[in-house]
Design a protein around this ligand. Structure first.
Ligand code: HEM
Length: 497
């Protein structure tokens, strides 16, 4: 969940002025009804907009970190438009949310974008906690990644050796092809409209647009043009997903296959097959797996697979280019040990490099927002039902009480502590924790590690002429991407792994 810069530009302010007048009376009434005496501390809020103005100016995870330092380092109240939030910024408070009271905080807030794009929140990430979500999570049967795609990447880089390449774009292509194979069974030809959806989805799911913050003003999404943008996106993804599902159904019926492993012609089962199998065995589930559910889950896993792995890889490579010592050490290990995918387990230093990059640059710095939908105590504070909960993993992963020299990129720190991603160490939560923790940990890490090992094995890397260092500026979006393209020069090292 990220605030889009565009949400805070001039059109935002104009729209805000209009709604201020219209909503004054309604909100005054609402706020007085929900006033609670013992809320966690927080910055002073203005009438109607609450603390929206304090979110402008920087990346949300950085703004929230600064505000928390001043107003409530563990847990802080924030009013964004109509919506009450608490912001969690320490491992101790994160443990209360994602372990002690995990069930009470296991739901997600309503988001119009998730409603429209995921067929009424029939995906996994934005599904309310309940029967649908429990069954959808069972579909974490991701296929083993295909080494061929990584070989294709190596071949393209070899062909471009000695010249600058846009590495971020190449990584995005390879992760998209791998995910496409796992999800759809083959690399799909995805039209420009669908790729527009992939590019924009993290922005529209950010959850901080004016229409998200004033959900009772139902006319806002139409007034601001947000609704028509979402409908256009849904139309574009819907036609591609329909085609993919129809293809699968046709192949399955030709093969006379009802589930099983593949279609009898050597085609392996993919994510869409797994979902169609579940649909055919509805009686086992008690929750209908409709075609909309299949489309929502397929789209979400496809996008989750590309965005997070690409972002993780880009930050790792940026960090090691800034730290030649680490690059050299990682490269030495890879060139001594790496043979094929089965030897990935022996690359211990590479694990530490990945962990250290995930610590400093978690691809989802604010995780996915949670919603408190059950009555529970929260430490000494009262947190009303329906409060949204933002867990600032970015701040937590840099908590100087747990991490010595916390801002420094130093993979060796993981010699002493664990790189366990199971959500048991609340000072290190790049994948979240608890019931709603990421189900794609193994799939995501396998892609990242395999690609990284190949990039380090086959190539030495240099910066393009005239570039002294890697620019580390972050961009706005649901995932924490680099703002500038990552241009590097691959120099072939030779050797066959
Ligand atoms: C390095 C890679 C990845 C990172 C860092 C990452 C991180 C995260 C985070 C932080 C969350 C939110 C957890 C929470 O709210 O507590 C999440 C949720 C999720 N992720 Fe990932 N992810 C990665 C890869 C993947 C992949 C490859 C997939 C699927 C192919 C995936 C699918 C999902 C789904 C479906 C959810 C929602 C879970 C739920 O709400 O129950 N992720 N991920």
């Amino acid at each position: 969940m990220i605030i889009s810069c565009s949400s805070f530009d001039i059109s935002f302010l104009l729209a805000l002025t209009i709604i201020l007048v219209i909503t004054l009376f309604i909100l005054k009434q609402k706020l007085s009804k929900t006033a609670v005496s013992n809320l966690p501390p927080g910055p002073r809020k203005l009438p109607i907009i609450g603390n929206i103005h304090q979110m402008a100016g920087d990346q949300p995870h950085r703004r929230l970190t600064d505000l928390a330092r001043k107003h409530g380092s563990d847990v802080m109240s924030l009013q964004l438009g109509e919506l009450s939030h608490i912001v969690i910024s320490t491992p101790e408070a994160a443990k209360l949310v994602m372990k002690t009271h995990d069930v009470a905080f296991a739901s997600r807030p309503y988001l119009l974008a998730a409603d429209v794009l995921y067929y009424g929140c029939k995906d996994i990430a934005f599904a309310p906690y309940g029967d649908h979500w429990r069954h959808a999570r069972r579909v974490e049967s991701f296929r083993r990644i295909r080494e061929e795609e990584v070989s294709n990447l190596v071949a393209s880089l070899t062909a471009a050796a000695g010249k600058p390449v846009d590495l971020g774009r190449m990584l995005s292509t390879v992760t998209s092809t791998i995910t496409s194979r796992a999800a759809f069974g083959k690399a799909q030809e995805l039209n420009d409209d669908f790729l527009m959806v992939v590019d924009n989805i993290s922005d529209v799911l950010a959850g901080f647009r004016i229409s998200d913050l004033y959900p009772s003003l139902k006319f806002l999404p139409s007034l601001t043009g947000f609704k028509s943008k979402l409908e256009k996106m849904r139309k574009a993804s819907d036609s591609v997903l329909d085609r993919i599902i129809d293809d699968h159904k046709a192949r399955r019926s030709m093969a006379g296959s009802k589930g099983g492993d593949g279609d009898g012609h050597g085609r392996k089962e993919d994510l869409v097959d797994v979902l169609l199998n579940l649909q055919e065995n509805q009686e086992d589930l008690g929750v209908p797996i409709t075609t909309d559910v299949i489309k929502a889950i397929t789209l979400e896993l496809f996008i989750a697979g590309i965005e997070t792995s690409t972002t993780t890889l880009e930050w790792i490579i940026s960090e090691i280019m800034k730290n030649p010592r680490v690059l050299q050490k990682a490269q030495q290990e890879v060139r001594q040990v790496f043979g094929d995918e089965s030897s990935l387990d022996q690359l211990n230093y590479l694990d530490m490099v990945i962990a250290e990059s995930l610590r400093l640059h978690p691809p989802a710095p604010l995780l996915v927002p949670k919603n408190r939908d059950q009555e529970v105590g929260f430490g000494s504070y009262e947190v009303p039902i329906n409060t949204n909960v933002i867990v600032n993993a970015w701040a937590i992963n840099r908590d100087s009480r747990y991490w010595t020299d916390a801002e420094r990129f130093f993979p060796e720190r993981f010699i002493e502590c664990t790189t366990d991603y199971k959500g048991n160490y609340f000072q290190f939560i790049p994948f979240g924790a608890g019931r709603r923790m990421c189900p794609g940990v193994s799939f995501g890490l396998a892609i990242v590690k395999l690609i990284l090992a190949n990039l380090l094995f086959h190539f030495d890397w240099t910066l393009p002429d005239g570039q002294k260092s890697v620019n580390m500026t972050e961009s706005f979006g649901v995932t924490l991407r680099r703002q500038h393209a990552l241009h590097l020069i691959p120099v072939s090292h030779g050797g066959v792994p």
